[in-house]
Design a protein around this ligand. Structure first.
Ligand SMILES: NC(=O)c1ccc[n+]([C@@H]2O[C@H](COP(=O)([O-])OP(=O)(O)OC[C@H]3O[C@@H](n4cnc5c(N)ncnc54)[C@H](O)[C@@H]3O)[C@@H](O)[C@H]2O)c1
Length: 273
């Protein structure tokens, strides 16, 4: 018996990185997985791999910032599978490195629309189904920047992630009477395209960038997408039946020391100019 047998799980941003890894982890534990991504090709590829694993899966190309896309997602999932047990609101974009003074209003609006409005819309459109079935679990993707880490030039990103942590607690309170749990994961740096793209110069990307963090993280490793997936599955499962409104830091101890008090260590690469 697997933890997610007979369960229907939606993962947004599942075409790549943490979302993809989590989609595979849910499938390995028996779930039918709906792979949502802005990039239709990568969504289709992940979904096809899940079907090859012997699990049911659909791919949906959608922009989580659009309400009409969420109406489409929920209609299609209910038509195909008849219910929604788990929603992982993972899709998000990185903050780049723009000081507030240099940040264009449209860039602020787009980031907040994807990272924060996208999570609000996902909860708003999936909750009615969960309320009807008197149960379900939502896991939102926040970040260590929601109260622990600070990214220089990452004001919009940090605002979006702090917002998600607050929203998670609020929705947890509203959804609890229906037996629905809502929690958030807060990863530190995880080895994905998004974190690599925070570095502006091409030659600083890749292993050199991650090696740098490896030296600075107390557990001496950079997180992998699978490290986040295990936490998401925990929150989504019966193992977490008494946990709601919680935020879980997954950072190898990255935030236990401030950047400024580690003698002999270099300044993070992406902050050098
Ligand atoms: N990588 C890290 O270090 C890290 C740390 C903390 C939090 N996070 C968060 O984890 C989440 C996933 O990040 P990742 O590192 O796996 O990134 P990634 O870039 O590897 O994957 C993100 C996926 O989301 C999709 N996406 C982007 N915008 C979308 C939209 N509007 N609608 C639907 N899909 C969209 C992309 O196409 C991509 O497939 C993000 O919310 C990010 O903020 C990442």
């Amino acid at each position: 018996m697997n933890r997610f047998d007979q369960q229907v799980v939606i993962v947004t941003g599942a075409g790549n990185g943490i979302g993809r890894s989590t989609a595979f982890a849910f499938a390995e534990e028996g779930a039918a997985v709906v792979v949502v991504d802005l990039n239709g090709e990568s969504a289709a590829s992940v979904s096809a791999q899940i079907r090859q694993m012997g699990c049911a899966s659909d791919a949906i190309q959608a922009d989580v910032a659009n309400e009409s896309d969420w109406i489409d997602i929920t209609e299609r999932v209910l038509q195909r599978f008849g219910k929604i047990d788990v929603l992982f609101n993972n899709a998000g974009v990185g903050g780049g490195s723009h000081r507030i003074l240099d940040l264009a209003v449209e860039d602020w609006d787009r980031l907040i629309a994807i990272n924060l409005r996208g999570v609000f819309l996902g909860c708003k459109h999936v909750l009615p189904t969960m309320i009807k079935s008197r149960g379900g679990s939502i896991v939102n993707m926040s970040s260590s920047t929601a109260g622990w880490d600070v990214i220089y030039g990452g004001g919009a990103y940090m605002a979006s992630k702090e917002g998600i942590s607050g929203l998670t607690k609020n929705i947890a309170l509203e959804a609890a009477p229906y037996g629905i749990r809502v929690n958030a994961v807060c990863p530190g740096i995880i080895e994905t395209e998004l974190s690599a793209s925070q570095v502006s110069a091409e030659d600083e990307r890749g292993q050199a960038f991650f090696d740098h963090f490896r030296k600075r993280i107390p557990l001496r490793r950079v997180g992998k997408p699978e490290d986040v997936a295990t936490a998401v599955l925990f929150f989504a499962s019966e193992d977490a039946r008494h946990i709601t409104g919680s935020t879980l830091l997954i950072d190898g101890g990255q935030t236990l020391q401030s950047w400024s008090n580690a003698p002999g260590e270099e300044y993070p690469l992406h902050l050098q100019e």
